[in-house]
Ligand binder design. Sequence first.
Ligand code: HEM
Length: 517
Amino acid sequence: VKSPLDNVPGPERTSFLKGNTHQIFSRHGLDYLQELGERYGQVVRYYAPLGARGLYVFDPKALNHIVVKDQAIYEEPRWFIRLNRLLFGPGLLSTLGDHHRKQRKLLNPVFSINHMRHMTPMFYNVVHDLRDAVAEQVKDTPTEVNVLDWMLRTALELVGQGGLGYSFDALSAQKRNVYGEALKELLPTVFALHFWRVLLPYVSAVVPAWVCRAAAPFFPHAAMQKLRRVVGAMDAHPRRIFEMKKGLLEKGDAAVVHQVSEGRDILSILMKANREVDEEDRLPEDEIIAQMSTLVFAATDTTSNALARIFQLLAEHPDVQDRLRAELTDAAPDGADIPYDALVELPYLDAVCRETLRLHPPASFMNREARANAVLPLAEPLRGADGAPITEITVPRGTPLIIAIRASNRNSALWGVDALAWRLERWLAPLPDALAKAHVPGSYANLMTFLGGGRACIGFKFSQLEMKVVLAVMLRSFRFLPGDKEIYWNLAPVAYPTVGKTSTKSELYLKLEPLKT
Ligand code: HEM
């Protein structure tokens, strides 16, 4: 069957059933994605399953239409919404349109800069626990440490205390971190089911939920069975925490402030605000509970993998590590915690975070689906298969689209010929003109890392603060050196490191050496 997208350049398919999806949605797919952008241009036609055509997009004007101007047309795919609803309930990642806007309106204030400033002492407390626990493991000589595991524990504890006012007790080394382990396995497992997840909306439209649940234990697919175990481990916490909070709120303010977070956590504030808003803006209980699972999930894997990547790069670039440590030491020569406003202003620290999140965005892409026929205008014309220039693309209803986050961040037409290099200096000088003119719709530093528009990451300031506090404390206590084990980064909805290419276990080892204070 012909499609208007056939004129857009793109790869041949190697399978009618799967199209190119087994190349794109593969754990070894990072190089393939890089090649797609380099070979075909800023919009690439690919084959989705069963002969359908999709678009892989990083043209800045087209991205603006997808995430801002026409975001009502380019919605999250139906399978994504269904899947998230099964995993987390009706939270921010599972709702659309007005329903999503209403949830977002209530949640936005708790992610403000002002609120982050208030939470900073709590962030430092948690990260001091991290430092002390790692110091136990690393006595005098450089010792190999699974940095990813510590970052995962820290991210979980921070979103626990800052998000839910609840301690997962994730930083005690003796305890297994069951919740964190489940979260870490979730995305690679879902990714391994990429072919099946697309069928989800159709299956759940005809098969009642109770039949799905009853049949699930017998489904002969290892990843599906793993997913059931992961969801089981994740499900246990949120409702229990919610009931505990509700009890505290009913007892009054004094009880609310008597929690690990002193009542400053996102959930306490959200539940309080929810009582005070007009009836029509109020969220039902199941949606509040769903926000908790959504937040814990969205905050943990992303930031911990980003931090592990930063430490890897700092170990590989000792000159950068030394300069960053010097900036941190100068900011507080007595070794004290650097207050919020001073911390976020440190230029080199900011450059390290931005440059790593540019070159290695944790989410390499996000999926969308055209819910109506649309026209996608381009900033940079493509040469069509018929030889004529294409300045806009007619997108038929139902077309799957991939927002190519990583390709946009690495676009040499915008970032310059050294776009693939990790070069901090680019942030300490004016950015290239081409980039300023392109108006990339990312909500943070011309990057698509946290996306943009109405579904941009709500937690990006939380995540920034977390990274900066962790770096500020850990770099003043330890030197990070390369480990002996190979580090291989796998593509998944959130990229993760393994020891070598064949292992599937996410871990990242570096050597840490304690610094004399
Ligand atoms: C480096 C760290 C992070 C990255 C790269 C990241 C990236 C993203 C991206 C790309 C999206 C858009 C998803 C979509 O289109 O469906 C998103 C959404 C979201 N993020 Fe983050 N995120 C990070 C950290 C966090 C943290 C720390 C939190 C919470 C404290 C958080 C909470 C959320 C939530 C709730 C959404 C859904 C927003 C909505 O649909 O309205 N994220 N994030």
